[in-house]
Design a protein. Structure first.
Length: 137
């Protein structure tokens, strides 16, 4: 590779890194922390990485997923985070029974926050802040 080619790669590398999600982490803003529900939980760390676990209400795991927040759009009453899933394990029979399309690793989805309740746009599952009592059994 000649000098111009090397210079071009060195110049473009930081931009390519950011475009691929390898740059500075997106801050999760109001999504950071633990969100709960009866037999389900959503943990979002300060670096924008998150984990979602949903059980069927008793003894069976329905969703285990890991994701990274790509960006957060804050429109006063409804905050939306765009997330990209890096790991997904689902019970597809439960999704079919509930007429919800299963999602896969690499897929982008949303988390919406309104009045202390986070809703996953792909699973339609809700998670509550510590002081909100709408996500019980």
């Amino acid at each position: 590779m000649n000098r111009r080619g090397i210079a071009a790669v060195v110049t473009l590398f930081p931009f390519l890194l950011i475009a691929c999600g390898g740059g500075r982490a997106t801050r999760p803003g109001p999504f950071a922390g633990y969100w709960w529900g009866h037999t389900r939980g959503l943990q979002i760390d300060a670096d924008g990485r998150g984990r979602e676990i949903v059980d069927d209400g008793c003894c069976h795991r329905v969703v285990t997923a890991r994701f990274r927040i790509l960006r957060v759009n804050d429109a006063s009453s409804n905050v939306v985070a765009h997330v990209k899933f890096s790991f997904v394990r689902l019970d597809e029979a439960v999704f079919a029974k509930n007429h919800v399309r299963p999602f896969k690793s690499g897929q982008v989805g949303t988390l919406s926050l309104r009045r202390g309740v986070v809703t996953d746009g792909l699973t339609r599952v809700t998670f509550c802040a510590k002081n909100v009592d709408k996500c019980g059994a």
